[in-house]
Write a protein that binds this ligand. Structure first.
Ligand SMILES: *Cc1c(COP(=O)(O)O)cnc(C)c1O
Length: 356
C-alpha cells in the first residue's frame, strides 16, 4: 500500500537527484570555513534572501535560537506572537539557553501582530524593566493556518522596530511558500528584516538543515554561537549539496503544492460533517474540523484521533491538531491521485455506506 503522508512537509524525502548531488559533493571542514558546498549554499541563500551573508544550521530551531542569541544579551526581551513557533515549539530555548525573556503578544487570525500591540509592548528606559531588543515575526504563519504576511505589513513592522532602535527577525521557515502564494520574491518579503531563517527540509525536500541570513557582522556573531550550540558540522557539504538543489529546483514549484491543497479542500468540503477553517488553504496547509456527532465514538476517544487511526489503516496519515481538528499538508511527494485517495478515505469513514 502506498502511504499518503499529509502530516507535514517535514516528512519529504530527498529526490534521487539530491541523493546524487550529495554523493558527489565537494567537501571540506566547515568549522574551518573550508567546505566549498556549504560556502556556496550560504552565498546562494543570502543572495536569494537579499542579505549579505548566510549560515547553514542544523535546523530551523537552531537558526532562530542562534539569531535570538546573536541579537540579544541575557535579560533582554524579545517580542513575539503567542502562536509563534519560537514561543510554542522550540522547547523554550531562547530563555533556557540564552536567558532571553519573552513578551508574547496575540497573533491576529492573519498571522500578524497588531502594530499598536508591538508599540505598547516596547519597554521604557527604566531599571525595573528588561531591555526590549528584538521583535520576531513568522512567515508563513504555521499556527495561523499557513497564512502569509505581506511585504507591506513586514515593512510597517520594520519601520516601527527600527524607529525604536530594535531589531527585527523573521522566522521564515516557509518563506518560499509565502513568496509563491503572493507572487513576490523571498527577497522582497525579507527586505524589511535584519535577519531571517528558512528551512531547506520542509517543502523544499532537502533532508536536513536551515539557513540563517543577515548582515556580515551579524552572521559572524551567529557563527560563534552556532559553535557554542554544538552546531559546527565539519563536512556538512554532503547536506548542503541537497540544500542547493532545494533552492535551485524546489522554490519555483511550491505553487503546485498550493494548488493541491486547494484540490484537497474542495474535495473535503463536499463531505457532510467536514468544516473547513475559513480561508483555508492559504498555502500548503488545509485545516478542518469535524462537526459534532458526525462519527460514532466507542468510548471517550477524541473524534480526530479515531478518524486519524481509521485513515491510517488505509495508508492516509494526517496531523491531529485538536480534539476535532486536523492539519493536512501537501508537498512534493503528494500528487493529485494521493489527494483524491485522501478525500475518498475521509468520505468513506464519515459517510459509511449501509451494508448490503
Ligand atoms: C518547522 C518550523 C521551525 C523549526 O524548524 P525545525 O527544522 O523543525 O527545527 C521554525 N519555525 C516554523 C514556523 C516552522 O514551521
Amino acid at each position: 500500500m502506498e502511504i499518503v503522508d499529509l502530516r507535514s512537509d517535514t516528512v519529504t524525502l530527498p529526490t534521487p537527484e539530491m541523493r546524487q548531488a550529495m554523493a558527489n559533493a565537494d567537501l571540506g571542514d566547515d568549522v574551518y570555513g573550508e567546505d566549498p558546498t556549504v560556502n556556496r549554499l550560504q552565498e546562494v541563500a543570502a543572495d536569494m534572501l537579499g542579505k549579505e551573508a548566510g549560515l547553514f544550521v542544523a535546523s530551523g530551531t537552531m537558526g532562530n535560537l542562534a539569531a535570538a542569541l546573536a541579537h540579544c544579551q541575557r535579560g533582554d526581551e524579545v517580542i513575539l506572537g503567542k502562536k509563534s513557533h519560537t514561543y510554542l515549539f522550540e522547547a523554550g530555548g531562547i530563555s533556557a539557553l540564552g536567558g532571553v525573556h519573552s513578551c508574547q503578544l496575540p497573533n491576529q487570525p492573519d498571522g500578524t501582530i497588531a502594530l499598536d500591540d508591538i508599540r505598547a509592548a516596547i519597554r521604557p528606559d527604566d531599571d525595573h524593566c528588561p531591555v526590549t531588543r528584538l521583535v520576531c515575526l513568522e512567515n508563513t504563519h504555521n499556527r495561523c493556518g499557513g497564512v502569509s504576511l505581506s511585504v507591506e505589513y513586514t515593512r510597517s513592522v520594520g519601520q516601527l522596530v527600527h524607529q525604536h532602535g530594535l531589531q527585527l527577525h523573521l522566522d521564515g521557515a516557509r518563506i518560499f511558500n509565502a513568496a509563491a502564494a503572493q507572487d513576490v520574491s523571498a527577497k522582497e518579503l525579507a527586505a524589511p528584516v535584519d535577519s531571517v531563517t528558512f528551512c531547506l527540509s520542509k517543502g523544499l525536500c532537502a533532508p536536513v538543515g536551515s539557513v540563517l541570513c543577515g548582515s556580515k557582522e551579524f552572521i559572524a556573531r551567529a557563527h560563534r554561537i552556532r559553535k557554542q550550540l554544538g552546531g559546527g558540522m565539519r563536512q556538512a557539504g554532503i547536506l548542503a549539496a541537497a540544500g542547493l538543489m532545494a533552492l535551485e529546483q524546489m522554490t519555483g514549484r511550491l505553487s503546485e503544492d498550493h494548488a493541491r491543497a486547494r484540490r484537497l479542500a474542495v474535495g473535503l468540503a463536499q463531505i457532510p460533517g467536514v468544516i473547513l477553517d475559513p480561508g483555508t488553504p492559504y498555502t500548503n496547509m488545509v485545516f478542518l474540523s469535524l462537526a459534532e456527532g458526525v462519527i460514532a465514538l466507542e468510548s471517550d476517544e477524541d473524534p480526530a484521533e479515531m478518524v486519524a487511526a481509521r485513515l491510517a489503516e488505509q495508508g492516509i496519515l494526517v496531523g491531529v491538531a485538536d480534539r476535532n481538528r486536523f492539519r493536512l499538508v501537501t508537498h512534493y511527494w503528494i500528487h493529485d491521485r494521493a489527494v483524491d485517495r485522501a478525500v475518498q478515505a475521509f468520505a468513506g469513514i464519515l459517510q459509511p455506506q449501509p451494508a448490503g
